[in-house]
Design a binder for this molecule. Structure first.
Ligand SMILES: Cc1cc2nc3c(=O)[nH]c(=O)nc-3n(C[C@H](O)[C@H](O)[C@H](O)COP(=O)(O)OP(=O)(O)OC[C@H]3O[C@@H](n4cnc5c(N)ncnc54)[C@H](O)[C@@H]3O)c2cc1C
Ligand code: FES
Length: 262
């Protein structure tokens, strides 16, 4: 893990509420692994003390450039969207434990919902030699991003929108459920909002599919020192608190016990 002053190469709007930023971060790019994240200090506003965790969306090892895609949801991401080319960003990374592909995996399903689509592009870039099927869920056509990139490394892309303005109308997990009834996969990797992850846990358990999920928990330090990011890992009989920032953010689906589960 390095602390780094990374120069912004570009920062532009990709879709409604979504921005893509490319930074020059050689030391991070050379070690980064899909599912890992960077922790960004937002410059120019002293009230924004806490760093913001954002997943790595892709890297170019040759140039040392690193991409992130972020949704503007609050003060920090709004400030991030205003930053211009050439500004230096104070970042920590690469942080966390990323996705893991067990030996012998041939067919890989990847699933992302909303800003959870962002880290899955890096998965496809890194493991493009596998037989990849992508499942991407968005709110509406206006929020769809990087579809072409997914089409480049996927045998097939399944797309859904909540309002039906593009692709299947409804949840991407329903589409996955239909697909799994026809064709199984060796492994599923996923990232998305908690309600989506809960629905996914049920589907993969019913189809008995090995699945890793990336959790987005609120964070403080990002490096294991503050316990802000605890999650519950285990089973009904035996469980423990783990830190999303250092033990995760990626965990096996069947190990994650989410709030409100009975
Ligand atoms: C490991 C990880 C990877 C992430 N990757 C991405 C990504 O690739 N793209 C993307 O758009 N978003 C991602 N997020 C969510 C992103 O960190 C939050 O949306 C962002 O921090 C919101 O900051 P804000 O100041 O705009 O919002 P505010 O709501 O004003 O933030 C207030 C505080 O809450 C925290 N916070 C708010 N929402 C979240 C959230 N969903 N998850 C974690 N912390 C939150 C902020 O970091 C900040 O400390 C990721 C979160 C985690 C934990
Ligand atoms: S954010 Fe501080 S321990 Fe995870």
């Amino acid at each position: 893990m390095s602390r780094y002053n990374a120069k912004i190469i570009e920062n532009y709007q990709l879709a409604e509420d979504f921005y893509k930023m490319t930074i020059d971060a050689k030391k991070i790019a050379q070690w980064a692994y899909p599912g890992q994240f960077i922790h960004i200090k937002i410059p120019g506003d002293n009230s924004l003390l806490l760093r913001r965790p954002i997943s790595i969306n892709g890297i170019d090892v040759k140039t040392g450039q690193l991409d992130i895609v972020y949704q503007v949801v609050g003060k920090g991401t709004k400030a991030l969207s205003k930053l211009k080319k050439g500004i230096g960003l104070d970042i920590l990374g690469p942080l966390g434990k990323g996705f893991h592909i067990p030996e012998g995996t041939k067919k890989l399903y990847i699933l992302g919902g909303g800003c959870g689509v962002a880290p899955m592009r890096f998965v496809g870039q890194r493991w493009r030699h596998l037989d990849i099927y992508s499942f991407l869920g968005f709110r509406s056509q206006s929020t769809v991003f990087q579809l072409n990139d997914f089409e480049c490394f996927s045998r097939k892309v399944f797309l859904s929108t909540d309002d039906g303005t593009m692709g299947y109308k409804g949840s991407i997990v329903s589409l996955l459920n239909e697909r799994l009834s026809i064709e199984k996969t060796d492994l599923l990797l996923a990232c998305g909002p908690i309600p989506m992850i809960k629905a996914l846990q049920k589907v993969v358990s019913e189809h008995d599919i090995p699945c890793q999920i990336s959790l987005e928990e609120r964070m403080g330090c990002g490096v294991g020192g503050c316990v802000v990011c605890s999650c519950v890992i285990g089973n009904r009989k035996q469980w423990d608190y783990k830190k999303v920032c250092t033990d995760g953010p990626v965990f096996w689906s069947q190990e994650v016990i989410l709030d409100g589960e009975s």
